[in-house]
Ligand binder design. Structure first.
Ligand SMILES: Cc1cc2nc3c(=O)[nH]c(=O)nc-3n(C[C@H](O)[C@H](O)[C@H](O)COP(=O)(O)OP(=O)(O)OC[C@H]3O[C@@H](n4cnc5c(N)ncnc54)[C@H](O)[C@@H]3O)c2cc1C
Length: 419
């Protein structure tokens, strides 16, 4: 009897989950390994931090995703290394052998050589990170109401977000909206007392968008009371303190949303000289240049198209996962690899939300701003969420928040989250 081929996928993010979906219910043994037990929809993490959505609604257990697919096994383990010679994956608990390996381990934040800053800032990458930030933001407002020391109160009501890409802009926008809501509930704190600073080295926010859309975002942020500090470089971060090229900010809440680094693949494969951003260079078929059994996709891969690396986007990871799942089916069936077409990313556009009724969308044929972009952003994110239940609950929570104006998940719990 011919042995079924074994495919191991490391990482159950966008890349890993879509590869596994395309391999589900085929004559292949698939092992999906992730150090978390869930797939996380990172684009909506900031709404968990804002208390709009509950963590369960932006994540789904991997076991549930593949409950009906007997050939896909899920294991919660951390992969420590890969031995390409013996085709072995070594985790904190086990060793597994593969015929083909897919590495989709994602990315982490880039502190540009200042890793010592990490302990003083909040990041949005995991559920724990988002919950820690939510507890913290709610605590700042509650404490600001009761504290007597005015310098302390100012630090409680000052927020600094570093990086004006989509995540930074979204975070600044939502903090400003939470602040407005809070000052409507509690008139002893004035909205003008709350300072939301968005710090960006470049001369404009949302640099991946056309200039006039990023100009619109600046206007929309000014309307929200956000201080947009452009051409401003962070020089030092300490506990509740940030020094920039344009001055100092004393704030209890510093959110880091600048730059990403590929995580996992380069170190798992022991690649000493990774590509820019700690990524692993792959061929047009997504495999390693020196190994056609090992594939790297998503944020941790460097794929060059039209002389430029593809951006770290969910849509890139998803398309690569779908392509690779289909290609692996053909490879396992023994089809001639030369017949398989190379991967090509289809760019359907980029979007960012700034606040209520304010967003930008740059699509191939049309550029949108304001309410149309805001509605489109909501629809696209609902469709991309995994799981019908999550889509239904998120839609309900959004409508509820919009109509009732209340953020329902504002409970401060006592759990000490390690982000
Ligand atoms: C706050 C935020 C907002 C974003 N907004 C958008 C957006 O609006 N639109 C968009 O297109 N993109 C957005 N992105 C980017 C998008 O989420 C990523 O591009 C996408 O998740 C990358 O998918 P991936 O499969 O490469 O990695 P990920 O989705 O990050 O998944 C990697 C997985 O690998 C696991 N893993 C890592 N190392 C190991 C190991 N050693 N062993 C076992 N498991 C491991 C992790 O636990 C994780 O589950 C956003 C990202 C963030 C952080």
């Amino acid at each position: 009897m011919v042995q079924r081929k074994k495919i191991i996928i490391i990482g159950g993010g966008f890349g890993g989950i879509f590869t596994a979906r395309k391999l589900a219910n085929h004559n292949i043994d698939v092992l999906l390994i992730d150090k978390q037990n869930h797939h996380l929809f990172q684009p909506l993490l900031y709404q968990v931090a804002a208390g709009i959505l509950s963590p369960e609604n932006v994540a789904i257990p991997l076991r549930l995703v593949f409950a009906d697919n007997k050939n896909v096994k899920v294991r919660m383990e951390e992969v420590l290394s890969v031995d390409k010679t013996t085709q072995k994956v070594i985790t904190n608990e086990n060793e597994y052998f593969y015929d083909f390996l897919v590495i989709a381990t994602g990315s982490t934040y880039n502190f540009f050589g200042h890793n010592e800053w990490a302990k003083h800032v909040f990041t949005l990458k995991t559920l724990a990170g988002a919950l820690k930030l939510k507890n913290h933001i709610q605590t700042q407002f509650e404490r600001a109401l009761v504290i007597k020391d005015s310098a302390e109160k100012e630090k409680l009501l000052t927020f600094a977000i570093v990086g004006a890409g989509p995540t930074g802009v979204e975070m600044a926008g939502i903090i400003s909206e939470i602040a407005k809501k809070f000052t409507q509930e509690e008139s002893t704190i004035k909205f003008q007392d709350i300072k939301v600073n968005l710090i960006e080295t470049a001369e404009r926010p949302l640099a991946a968008f056309s200039t006039y859309l990023s100009d619109y975002s600046v206007q929309a942020m000014h309307k929200l009371g956000i201080k947009v500090k452009l051409n401003t470089t962070v020089e030092e971060i300490r506990h509740n303190y940030i020094k920039t090229s344009e001055g100092e900010i004393h704030s209890n809440t510093i959110v880091w949303a600048a730059g990403v680094l590929g995580v996992g693949a380069a170190s798992l494969l022991n690649i000493l000289k990774p590509a820019r951003g700690n990524k692993v260079t792959v061929t047009e078929y997504l495999n390693l240049c020196d190994d056609d059994k090992v594939f790297v996709i998503g944020d941790t891969a460097e794929f060059i198209q039209n002389d430029r690396p593809l951006p770290g986007l969910g849509s890139v990871a998803k398309q690569q996962g779908i392509y690779l799942g289909r290609a692996l089916r053909k490879i396992v069936r023994g089809e001639d690899r030369r017949e398989i077409k190379p991967f090509k990313y289809e760019d359907y556009g980029i979007m960012a939300i700034i606040g209520k009724r304010a967003a930008v969308a740059e699509l191939p044929l049309v550029h949108l701003q304001g309410v149309p972009a805001w509605i489109l952003w909501g629809l696209v994110h609902l469709l991309l969420l995994i799981g019908f239940r999550n889509r239904a609950i998120v839609l309900f929570d959004w409508v509820w928040t919009y109509l009732a104006g209340s953020y329902s998940s504002r409970v401060i719990n006592q759990v000490n989250y390690e982000a």
